[in-house]
Write a protein that binds this ligand. Structure first.
Ligand code: 3PG
Ligand code: MG
Length: 369
């Protein structure tokens, strides 16, 4: 038991039992091919633990966002093929989100999921912030446990949240700010510094009264950003230079004021150096979200510089999911950080709230008391 949540050992003898493992195999697929199987490999320790002890393992996952109906585009077939290579004999159910009961958390859908199943394991950290049927349903009905991946993720992120070595620095990027303001505020209560890059910086720069040209920003969040800066501004580090395209489409570097018609796509070299210094001096770093549109080489330098600092620093380094993990992998630095989380939204929500619907449900499992 960890934090009131049963672990695999709390399942008792699994030999000969049918175990449903909710995994997050929501992997990127292009033209039917998996472009990054990190999430599948991350679940292998749990799958092997169960197989080695004689359990029959049935996995279930969502894939993409089909709207509650079967859609060949989101078939789990490529995942099934990869899983067969990595963990022969493990079954995989069809995409959970082909049934509206998954996102709607319908009891009848839980019934079908657990039919013929004796035990349930949640190893889907990346989806445990969703109160969907496969995450919160089975733990109320079957002896249940957190898998090894889920346990590791929770441990690492809760140490960050509750007991980080200081200085503790967070670096946030990515495009959407409305998703992240809750976590920005929660992080500001625990970090010593928060560096903000990516498109989300423009809403903060606008809140400071800076000119941002045509850069992406969220007008309805400007007031909240202004309030955050007023209350906790001393901890917040914003870009001091920006790289983008000017009104005629030419590459340009500006100070913090982007001229009319200009559009920012990356933090500038001065900012990248300043953020790197902060990371180098930290003892704990959490990074979520790229610093710029790194898929385009012209706007990759900021993210690349930050990724290199994450690799070089002596700090304990954690990267939260999705695009930042993809950036690290692209720069071949993914082995150079201490923990790459399999969850984007889930890692942010766990840092913000200290708990997740999936964990709450596991604490209520019949074998948790
Ligand atoms: C993710 O990739 O963020 C997780 O698998 C959750 O997917 P969702 O954001 O579509 O719920
Ligand atoms: Mg997501």
């Amino acid at each position: 038991m960890i934090r009131g949540i049963p672990t695999l050992d709390d399942l008792g003898d699994v030999s000969g039992k049918r175990v449903l493992v909710r995994a997050d195999f929501n992997v990127p697929i292009e033209d039917g091919n998996i472009t990054d199987d990190f999430r599948i490999r991350a679940a292998l320790p749990t799958l092997n633990w169960l197989r080695d002890r004689g359990a029959t393992v049935v996995c279930a996952t969502h894939l993409g966002r089909p709207k509650g109906a079967p859609d060949p585009k989101y078939s789990v077939e490529p995942v099934r093929a990869r899983l067969a290579e990595l963990a022969p004999g493990v079954e995989l159910l069809e995409n959970l989100r082909f049934d509206p009961g998954e996102e709607g958390n319908k009891p009848e859908f839980v019934d079908t999921l657990i039919e013929g199943v004796e035990l349930y394991v949640n190893d889907a950290f990346g989806a445990s912030h969703r109160a969907h049927a496969s995450i919160v349903g089975p733990p109320h009905r079957l002896p249940s446990a957190m898998g090894l991946l889920l346990a590791k993720e929770v441990e690492v992120l809760l140490v960050l949240r509750n007991d980080p070595k200081r200085p503790f620095v967070a670096v946030l990027g990515g495009a959407k700010i409305s998703d992240k303001l809750g976590v920005v505020e929660a992080l500001l209560d625990v970090v010593d510094s928060l560096a903000i890059g990516g498109a989300m910086c423009f809403t903060f720069l606008a809140a400071q009264g800076k000119r941002i040209g045509d850069s992406l920003f969220e007008p309805d969040q400007v007031d909240t950003c202004a309030r955050i800066l007023e209350q906790q501004g001393s901890k917040v580090h914003l870009p001091e230079d920006i790289i983008g395209l000017d009104a005629t489409g030419n590459l340009a570097t500006w100070g913090t004021n982007v001229p009319d018609g200009g559009k920012g796509f990356d933090i500038g070299p001065g900012t990248a150096a300043a953020f790197s210094d902060i990371v180098m001096e930290a003892r704990t770093v959490f990074w979520n979200g790229p610093m710029g549109m790194f898929e385009d080489d012209r706007f990759a330098a900021g993210t690349r510089t930050l990724a290199q600092a994450m690799a070089d620093t002596k700090a304990f380094t954690v990267v939260g999911g999705g695009d930042s993990a993809a950036a690290l992998a692209e720069f071949r630095l993914d082995d150079e950080v201490d923990h790459v989380s399999t969850g984007g939204g889930a890692s942010l929500e766990l840092l913000e709230l200290g708990d997740l619907p999936g964990l709450v449900a596991l604490r209520e499992a019949p074998n948790a008391h």
